[in-house]
Design a protein around this ligand. Structure first.
Ligand code: SAM
Length: 285
């Protein structure tokens, strides 16, 4: 058995008895902010890597999978999304994808920790390339409190691009937060939230469906996608719709989308909605 020396960074998934390791060239930055510990590394094969509280957030090499799948399926499921809010998402990769949609008139990023965005502008400029778009707005504060303060029917789409459901993000995975999202959405509106690994966290995903329905959402659906650097290499996002179902999406618009993606397309959208047997069982419980 080969042991890894200190030139490797490992995210250890203690409860699941697994780990993912990167060969590191150098540590570029480390700081403890008011909210969390942020570290940035230059890796040998994944470009730059951002870690928050010992959890991998993103790498240059594979972040397109997550950012495209957190945004485009929900944007193309909505009939005509104009006002969008991203809760979390401090690296700005989701904002960049949202603003590729010409119909979006206004997008807000509500991130608790301004240092995540400042460091992303410095170390991940590619992800921040749309930050100067006049439609982009930034608010730094707690997304849970911010959502509670929103008026009724203010948004078409809410994207919750958060850290894992611990620390400042724990309250984003609750029925009370979902109820505030429901209130802030227009009828026909959609929320989509990162929902961890299908294989490691199917109970959490099932709980999100229950809590979203209990909050008053009319329909919920989970989509999945590969994410090599997250625990298990397989990730998910869960959508919830206000006053409509999630059975249809704008297939012709996807086929003719006026922008480039690296992963997302019509076939991948369909594929992402195919639920494996164990997930059907978990959601039926
Ligand atoms: N997709 C990534 C993952 O799962 O590893 C998350 C990327 S993004 C950097 C997550 C962001 O959520 C972090 O910058 C964190 O500060 C932010 N966040 C966590 N809790 C939050 C809250 N209550 N309100 C707003 N932002 C929050």
């Amino acid at each position: 058995m080969m042991a890894l020396d200190e030139s490797w960074y490992s995210e250890i998934h203690g409860k699941d008895g697994s780990a993912f390791s990167f060969k590191i060239k150098e540590k570029l930055h480390e700081e403890q902010t008011e909210y969390q510990q942020i570290a940035i590394y230059q890796t040998e094969t994944f470009g730059r890597l951002m870690v928050i509280d010992d959890c991998v957030m993103l790498t240059d090499r594979d972040n397109f999978l997550y950012h495209e799948m957190m945004s485009h399926p929900a944007l193309f499921t909505h009939a005509d999304p104009k006002r969008v809010v991203i809760i979390g998402g401090g690296d700005c990769g989701t904002m960049k994808e949202v603003l590729k949609h010409p119909g979006v008139e206004e997008a807000w990023q509500v991130e608790i920790d301004q240092r995540v965005t400042d460091l992303s502008e410095e170390y991940f400029p590619e992800l921040c390339s749309a930050n100067k778009d006049p439609r982009a707005h930034f608010y730094f504060g707690d997304g849970i409190a911010w959502m509670a303060d929103q008026g009724e029917a203010a948004f078409d789409l809410i994207i919750v691009d958060s850290t894992d459901p611990v620390g400042p993000a724990a309250g984003l995975f609750t029925q009370a937060f979902f109820a505030n999202c429901l209130k802030a959405l227009k009828t026909g509106g959609i929320m989509v939230q990162q929902s961890e690994s299908p294989i490691y966290h199917s109970d959490l995903i099932a709980g999100m469906h229950r809590d979203m329905k209990a909050a008053g959402f009319a329909d919920t659906k989970t989509l999945d996608f590969p994410q090599p650097v997250y625990p298990s290499g397989w990730w998910s996002a869960t959508m919830a719709a206000k006053g409509r179902d999630l059975n249809n999406f704008r297939e012709t618009d996807i086929a003719n989308k006026p922008f480039e993606t690296l992963y997302y397309n019509l076939e991948c959208h369909h594929k992402s909605l195919a639920l494996p047997e164990f997930m059907k069982k978990a959601l039926a419980k």
